[in-house]
Write a protein of this length. Structure first.
Length: 209
């Protein structure tokens, strides 16, 4: 049965609905699921969401893909996205996501996934759709990820304070800021309507990045 499951699924992640559809010929499909979980053939990420165990997996589990599926609508952002975009170089374990639903956190076999509410008007801008082989996920652009982090720092009111925070607190690679898009940063700033995000845009623009 595990081979049938594997052959019918191109990616590594599958739903409870797919599982039940594949096991419909069993008298006790839930019992079969329990045995496959116990044997490590499949792993439960959360209720209704599964991945293949080590013996049947074809590629490493992509936590960005899991993040979108665990709770949505959502997109990967925060420090995890900043690390992905190489704006910071520290390893980030927790995957932070923005969502239009209420705050939530999930402790899974693949780490902690945190979801933070963001107003729909702010949510819509600056999100990129990534497609790779049979995997796809939504992630904040570097400009939006930076805005999602800095909006939690309302006490930053001067350019000097902002730069100090980025260099000392965030240990950010300042040279990478030159790769940011001022056009996209302006779009994010306009949607967020936040003084500190606008300060970020002004700071980047004044340094002719």
């Amino acid at each position: 049965m595990i081979n049938q499951l594997r052959n019918g699924c191109q990616g590594e992640v599958f739903s409870y609905t797919y599982l039940m559809d594949q096991l419909q010929s069993y008298v006790n499909p839930r019992g079969k699921v329990s045995r496959m979980l116990k044997d490590g053939q499949i792993i439960r990420v959360k209720k209704g969401l599964y991945v293949f165990g080590k013996m049947m997996s074809r590629m490493l589990i992509n936590r960005k893909v899991l993040a979108n599926l665990i709770y949505g609508p959502s997109y990967v952002s925060g420090h995890y996205a900043l690390a992905h975009h190489q704006l910071i170089h520290e390893r980030v374990k927790m995957v932070t996501n923005m969502t239009t639903k209420k705050n939530k956190s999930f402790d899974t076999p693949f780490g902690i996934f945190k979801y933070v509410y963001l107003h729909p008007e702010r949510y819509r801008v600056g999100v990129d759709w990534h497609v790779n082989d049979h995997e796809c996920y939504l992630m904040a652009s570097p400009e939006k990820a930076l805005a999602d982090v800095i909006i939690r720092q309302p006490d930053l009111v001067k350019e000097s304070q902002l730069l100090e925070w980025m260099i000392d607190d965030m240990r950010m690679d300042i040279d990478r800021l030159a790769d940011l898009s001022l056009t996209r940063m302006a779009q994010v700033s306009a949607a967020y309507r936040s003084p500190v995000v606008h300060l970020l845009y002004q700071t980047l623009a004044s340094r002719v990045l």
